[in-house]
Design a protein around this ligand. Structure first.
Ligand SMILES: [Mg+2]
Length: 413
């Protein structure tokens, strides 16, 4: 219902809430052990931890300069009186699940983005409240009543602005950005507040005389695109307060697979490589056609005696990339126990699928953006021929070398 609403226009009528728990892990620990209240609590590892990293710290610890992702050793230097705790992820997950239940009482469209953060599309639900402030307060109150924890809430016409509002209001904050207030909020901000603008990009922008969002807005879109490529376009849209990404509740579990039974058993490892490359390319094509990323890759192998083994591995990041699917499946194949004979069937599968987000550059490092582009191009060609005639470089080589009988004239993309 909201998939295409708001396309491009910050004032197209959507109302998005972003909810972010304050110092979540540390706050849960303090709730469980009230004697820690008001103390610099640092969750991530014991103080003698050599490899530990700060997962979350209380606001009291932040005053000493302790930050998330900092090595525990450094945190000990900055804040020797800190209380250092091992994380209890199981507990945090339970609390997080209960908070999501609370959020679902405000809207059916809830998209968790991490254990302590979620977006809600409340466009249809705002009518139950006399104002957006009242809605935001109700969310905070409901969370606190259920879990005795504080959350910060941002409410705005899109995800980017809602998260910005949360960030600016933290901790225990509430900020509502009406469409008419977008420019007043956005224009004076330093460019660092725009997603995707890290220290390096910020330095580059400063060299171009761009310090604040207003400076981005003052440049023509083409000027930014020429200098920063596609990110320049994204930057321009952000500076305009535009973010078309819809709130997407998690999809029910789905999977995709491609398998093939061979007339003659496959024996040579390089033949296996070639077959797996084809199957992975097919799975990748279907993932992208249906708009999914896979987090788990599955290999299926059937021996001449019909013994069938499946192996799966979960990737660090979800992917729809042919080369990664292939390499993962091939690595799984190499780990199969040695058995006599070849294979009568091979299959590659994709599980734990998640929907593509709107492809904005700040979510995709440049390399994957380029790869995705190549994949789309290859898909366009293969869809026309309705079979795999073009593979990506690496895979194509594997396929071409092993199957000289097939037409590969179009390859090269
Ligand atoms: Mg948080």
């Amino acid at each position: 219902m909201i998939a295409s609403s708001g396309a491009g226009h910050p004032a197209a009528g959507r109302v998005i809430a972003h909810v972010d728990m304050d110092a979540f892990f540390a706050a849960v620990e303090v709730r469980e052990r009230p004697e820690l209240a008001g103390k610099p609590v640092i969750v991530g590892g014991r103080r003698d931890s050599r490899r530990g990293v700060v997962a979350t710290c209380s606001y009291e610890a932040r005053r000493y300069g302790v930050r998330s992702a900092m090595p525990i050793r450094r945190a000990v230097e900055l804040c020797p009186q800190g209380i250092f705790l091992e994380p209890r992820h199981h507990l945090y997950r339970q609390v997080s699940d209960r908070i999501l239940e609370v959020l679902h009482t405000f809207s059916p469209l809830v998209e968790p983005v991490s254990i302590d953060e979620a977006y809600l599309d409340v466009t249809a639900d705002r009518a139950r409240f006399e104002s957006l402030e009242a809605l935001g307060r109700a969310i905070k109150t409901a969370i606190h009543a259920a879990e005795r924890l504080t959350a910060s809430v941002g409410i705005a016409p899109n995800k980017f602005l809602a998260k910005l509002a949360t960030t600016l209001s933290k901790p225990n904050g509430l900020m509502v950005v009406e469409p008419s207030g977008v420019d007043r909020l956005l224009l004076p901000l330093a460019v660092d507040h725009l997603p995707g603008v890290g220290p390096r990009t910020a330095a580059r922008l400063r060299e171009m005389g761009i310090h604040r969002v207003a400076d981005v807005r003052a440049r023509p879109r083409s000027y930014l695109a020429e200098r920063l490529g596609r990110f320049g376009e994204t930057l321009y849209e952000l500076a305009m307060g535009i973010d078309p990404r819809p709130v997407q509740p998690p999809q029910p579990a789905r999977s995709l697979s491609a398998e093939q039974t061979y007339e003659e058993d496959i024996t040579a490892p390089e033949q296996v490589r070639a077959r797996l490359a084809e199957l992975a390319a097919e799975v990748g094509r279907r993932l992208r056609a249906e708009g999914f990323w896979a987090r788990t890759v599955v290999l299926k192998a059937r021996y001449p005696d019909f013994v069938t083994l499946t192996r799966r591995v979960t990737l660090r990041e979800p992917t729809a990339d042919d080369a990664l699917l292939f390499e993962t499946a091939y690595a799984l194949w190499r780990q199969l126990p040695p058995r006599p004979g070849g294979f009568r069937l091979l299959g590659v599968g994709a599980e734990s699928l998640t929907r593509f987000s709107q492809p904005l550059l700040w979510e995709a490092p440049e390399r994957s953006a380029r790869q995705a582009q190549v994949d789309r191009l290859v898909d366009a060609i293969n869809t026309r021929y309705d079979r795999v005639v073009v593979g990506r470089g690496r895979i194509f080589k594997a396929v071409a070398r092993r199957s000289p009988g097939k037409t590969r004239d179009d390859a090269g993309g």
